[in-house]
Write a protein that binds this ligand. Structure first.
Ligand code: F6P
Ligand code: MG
Length: 449
């Protein structure tokens, strides 16, 4: 990081979320959830060491690896000072340690939430990376896999829904209004996949959609989307309809959400909105469930499994279609170190210019989930009515990046609300929790012009 750069917290025009604010989601997460999450990681290493595949040397080393992870938990519980991350040879260490120097004297329960939380996952990575036998071990794999298996019913339902709507190719011959309704539904599936809660969705047949009978039902499903730019998004996509182009999706969680994202990618390709979809994954275990490269293979292993999914009528043709998209390169998976730095995305142009230039060329960049939203907004405590474009700073007006955030609200930040009266309405309806409990969401779009 250039030394003249101010700390992340100071680079926002508004205060950011701090773990010391007792009323905040930041405090709740840091004081209650972090210790549990870190303990689970240590336990996972011990359990993996006890499994049949582990060698004697790996078993021995697991003891020190698990203890080093547990030591991080102790630091959090005792509210110790944040200390520099031990060099493990990766080039992002400087970004962390320079930021720590810029932030100054902070502790786990008194630090900018976004920075502290990224440090936590990077600290664990450093422990694993410096080991001999555990460098590639994913401490979250068991958890991700078992959660996906529990989403069986939703996976089967969504596979059926996709084949029903898109399997015949009729959808592309629908009227403009019906095409829009279909797009809205598919976008909402990807959105609520972030909450693993698809109960708000409609169940209209393609025929009903084509007759536009479902308009009301779709509108009703949108009441919990507190900033909804889907109309502007569709208008933008229609305005560039002749250029199929590339769409990028900066992924969030593995398992069911990832499945909904791959379905969304397939929809964008099948409906000729994109000619190629690029999926951005993380380099290592990140915020528990984020997709890493190995999760792509895991998804397909699960989808092919007859033990997990015995009803194959829709899944078999769907899996074949998806496999083809990946094999032909129409869906591509890429990594970039920037995604696991603590930096807000507002700094991308300066700190990751190649990635920024790549995203500028994209027809649309979809940022999935809560953490990506926190990084888009700098985790700032912006007034809720601040326009989305304004909080994006370097990724907003004039950036040329077409940003779409699909996020269910699980933090303190939330912007883009249409009015103060809407904010008051939400405060009455879900006091103190509408930005946090995952039941509300945003579809926020900015065209970067
Ligand atoms: O529960 C809080 C939290 O861990 C946040 O720190 C983070 O923003 C979010 O959950 C992760 O959610 P998502 O997977 O949607 O990014
Ligand atoms: Mg996540």
């Amino acid at each position: 990081m250039p030394s003249e750069m101010p700390s992340i917290a100071l680079s926002q025009p508004v205060p950011v979320s701090w773990t010391s604010d007792k009323e905040s989601m930041a405090f709740e997460t840091a004081s209650t959830r972090w210790p549990r999450i870190v303990q689970d990681m240590a336990d996972d290493v011990r359990a993996a060491a006890g499994s049949a595949g582990a060698s004697g040397a790996a078993r021995d080393e697991a003891k020190s690896v698990a203890s080093a992870i547990e030591a991080i938990k102790e630091e959090i519980v005792k509210d110790a000072k944040l200390t520099p991350i031990t060099d493990d040879g990766a080039p992002d260490i400087d970004a962390y340690n320079a930021e720590l120097a810029a932030v100054g004297n902070v502790s786990w329960l008194n630090c900018p939430w976004l920075f502290g939380e990224c440090c936590l996952y990077r600290r664990v990575r450093s422990v694993l990376a410096r080991s001999t036998h555990w460098t590639t071990h994913d401490v979250f794999k068991q958890q991700k896999d078992s959660t996906f298996a529990k989403s069986k019913v939703a996976v089967e339902e969504l596979a059926g829904r996709y084949m029903q709507l898109m399997g015949s190719g009729d959808a592309n011959r629908a009227s403009d209004e019906a095409r829009k309704l279909l797009f809205v539904e598919m976008t909402e599936i990807a959105l609520w996949g972030n909450a693993t809660d698809l109960s708000l969705l409609t169940k209209l047949s393609l025929e009903e959609i084509q007759k536009l009978q479902g308009k009301k039902a779709i509108e009703a499903s949108q009441r919990n989307i507190v900033d909804n730019d889907v109309d502007q998004l569709w208008d933008y996509l229609e305005s560039v309809r002749d250029d199929a182009g590339q769409i990028d999706i900066v992924l969030d969680n593995a398992g069911f959400e990832f499945f909904t994202d791959v379905i969304y990618a397939a929809f964008l390709l099948d409906s000729h909105i994109a000619r190629k979809v690029v999926l951005h994954v993380k380099d290592f275990g990140w915020f528990v469930s984020d997709v890493i490269p190995a999760d792509v293979d895991s998804l397909f292993e699960h989808l092919r499994s007859k033990e997990i999914f015995s009803a194959r009528k829709d899944l078999d043709p769907l899996v074949k279609k998806l496999e083809h998209f990946f094999a032909s390169g129409r869906i591509e998976v890429v990594q970039n170190l920037f995604w696991t730095t603590p930096h807000p995305f507002q700094r991308m142009a300066t700190l990751a210019p190649e990635l920024f230039a790549r995203l500028q060329r994209s027809k649309l960049v979809v940022f999935k989930g809560d953490l990506n939203y926190r990084k888009l907004t700098g985790d700032g405590l912006w007034p809720h009515t601040t326009p989305f474009q304004e909080v994006l700073l370097g990724l907003g007006k004039g950036s040329g990046v077409k940003v779409l955030a699909l996020r269910t609200n699980k933090a303190d930040v939330c912007v883009g609300l249409p009015s103060e009266s809407k904010v008051r309405e939400l405060e009455n309806e879900a006091p103190g929790v509408w930005t946090r409990n995952g039941k509300y969401a945003v579809i926020s779009f900015n065209d970067g012009q």
